[in-house]
Write a protein of this length. Structure first.
Length: 313
């Protein structure tokens, strides 16, 4: 499939589209250090088949989008200790990238779907530019409140370890990492994961870019109070067995957004298991449908309500 390039927010963003551009747009925002390939073509096709133009893209510092060079030397450990002087940008800048991509596409308003750091970016875009957002689906993400959504000890090396040089070593590293943070309740497709890792390596791997993205998270603070002011359909999806962003992060996100629906999935870790793709699509489509219904009109800027929580196996 052809890769296209947009000039947006002062950088170049590489993206792909699926479906009819005349249909409502779903913008898929991927997480830390993961290329747009993290949104599998088949998953994108399932969404497009439900009546959407689906857009996936490489965030800044990932894949074939612009690498941010010339800033301060990255120092993740210092940032984790509170010294944020090595931050080259924040989640607000990454949200502005998304808005710029929508401008390039001629899309006034879109349905946002973000996974992990992508959920944080989607939340930030909804906060900064609510007029651009029809609905929000936040998957395995958190609010930025440091008391929720923290990684479990066994998952920390996936954040802090640089991959080895060479494609074979990189592929093995990816498989090991997803073996730690993936979903224990669902069968992993190791060959598909290896294929994606090889394709990612061929498109370009930028460990310093991943570190800059991680520092951007740390430098962006707590969104909880701002999330309370949102007035849009929102669904929050989180695995009960997520070791990288603890399920408390998803619960806090749903509690913060007025009227948000919380869907907890037993056995899901920090990935998007193929077996759950139809369920993800159904949830995204149902949430998007709420954007056109009476819920959006009746809520206005009203007071917060308790989120509805559901569990799925």
């Amino acid at each position: 499939m052809e890769e296209l390039t947009a000039r947006a927010n002062g950088i170049e963003i590489v993206y792909q589209t699926f479906g009819d551009p005349a249909d409502p747009t779903v913008l898929l925002i991927m997480g830390l250090g993961v290329q747009m390939l993290g949104w599998d073509e088949e998953l994108c096709g399932l969404l497009a088949g439900r009546g959407f133009q689906v857009v996936r893209f490489d965030n800044r510092d990932v894949g074939r989008s612009t690498q941010i060079r010339g800033g301060p030397r990255v120092d993740v450990m210092a940032a984790a200790a509170g010294d944020l002087s090595s931050a080259s940008y924040t989640l607000a800048d990454m949200a502005d990238d998304c808005a710029g991509l929508l401008d390039h596409l001629g899309v006034e308003r879109a349905h946002l779907v973000g996974a992990s750091q992508g959920g944080m970016i989607a939340q930030t875009l909804a906060i900064r530019n609510p007029e651009r957002v029809l609905s929000l689906t936040s998957i395995m993400s958190t609010t930025g409140d440091p008391v929720v959504g923290q990684p479990h000890p066994e998952a920390l090396p996936t954040l802090l370890t640089r991959p080895p040089a060479g494609r074979d070593g990189f592929v093995d590293f990816v498989v090991r990492a997803w073996g730690v943070i993936g979903s224990p309740g669902f069968d992993a497709d190791e060959e598909a994961l290896r294929e994606r890792a090889r394709a990612s390596y061929n498109r370009g791997i930028h460990p310093d870019g991943t570190a800059r993205q991680l520092i951007a998270i740390l430098a962006s603070g707590d969104r909880t109070e701002a999330l309370r002011r949102l007035a849009l359909p929102a669904t929050v999806i989180h695995g009960t067995d997520d070791p990288l962003i603890d399920v408390s992060g998803g619960k806090a996100t749903a509690a913060a957004i007025p009227g948000a629906e919380l869907v907890l999935i037993e056995g899901m870790g920090h990935d998007l298991p193929r077996q759950l793709w139809p369920r993800f699509v159904d949830l995204i489509v149902a949430n998007a449908a709420r954007a056109q219904g009476p819920l959006r009109e009746s809520r206005g800027g009203g007071s917060a309500t308790h989120p509805r929580a559901r569990s799925a196996s």
